[in-house]
Design a protein around this ligand. Structure first.
Ligand code: GLC
Ligand code: MG
Length: 249
């Protein structure tokens, strides 16, 4: 057994089945102390909502933390401030006010609470039905206005507008390079739309069996030998995938 970099989404990926979470935690914790494996969470939640979840569920203390759909990276999870170098990268070509002004014209977009907004993330609720028509229209209006923004729709409910350089996947690339860990020794796990970027690289990818349709569909079109679609759900699916890739016994 050798050390690896374990990166997982939280809601409906790591978290969803408390007993399975307990089993996986034990194995990962042992692996971390024996081999120096690193545990990183990559969540759509703000740091505030992450802290809330960490109080409700038994989560291993992570070695690093990526929050707000990749717009914040904490190399030390107890740091109060997110990595400034990453923010500098995100700020290139990003005009938040302009993004808000344009999105404001779309009546179907309902702003999420203020604690889920940050300088590099504008988030809305959008119904699945309205999304079919609104997503392409929003995308083309943003680009017609010369805005280099990225739109990410997850779980049939959440719409995030992010800087061009910002998403969970690009945050992982940045983190992985800082930690000097190769893609082959890195595992990423997810269940929904905002995890597509996470799974897009050459890291070993695990999609849990309960994945949302948007991620299933993406997987259908992007199958490779380093992506694994688990049969089981939540933390059980992660464990199944880690065993498939021989990271855990
Ligand atoms: C989390 C965040 C929310 C975001 C969603 C999808 O639920 O709290 O702001 O829109 O993830 O990325
Ligand atoms: Mg999720």
């Amino acid at each position: 057994m050798v050390s690896f970099l374990f990166i997982t989404d939280l809601d409906n990926t790591l978290v969803g089945d408390d007993r399975a979470l307990e089993t996986l935690n034990q194995k990962l914790d042992r692996h971390r102390s024996e081999y120096g494996t690193k545990v990183v969470y990559a969540t759509g939640r703000s740091r505030l909502l992450y802290k809330q979840l960490a109080q409700e569920k038994s989560l291993l203390p992570p070695d690093a933390l990526i929050t707000s759909v990749g717009t914040e990276i904490y190399f030390n999870p107890t740091d109060e401030k997110a990595d400034p170098q990453w923010m500098q990268i995100l700020s290139q070509g990003w005009d938040r006010d302009e993004v808000c002004a344009i999105a404001g014209h779309f009546a179907d977009l309902v702003l999420q609470p203020s604690y889920e907004q940050n300088s590099f993330k504008v988030s809305y609720y959008l119904s699945e039905q309205a999304a079919i028509e609104v997503l392409p229209r929003l995308e083309s209006t943003l680009s017609k206005n010369g805005l280099q923004a990225k739109i990410v729709y997850s779980g049939g409910r959440d719409l995030d507008v992010l800087p061009r350089q910002g998403d969970k996947g690009l945050a992982v690339q940045f983190l992985r390079q800082k930690l000097e860990i190769v893609a082959q020794q890195t595992v990423v796990c997810g269940d929904s739309g905002n995890d597509i970027a996470l799974l897009q690289g050459e890291e070993r990818g695990i999609i849990v069996g309960n994945a949302r349709p948007e991620l299933r569909q993406w997987y259908q079109q992007n199958q490779t030998d380093y992506r694994y679609f688990a049969q089981t759900h939540y933390a059980n699916g992660i464990l199944e995938g880690l065993q498939y890739f021989n990271f855990l016994e």
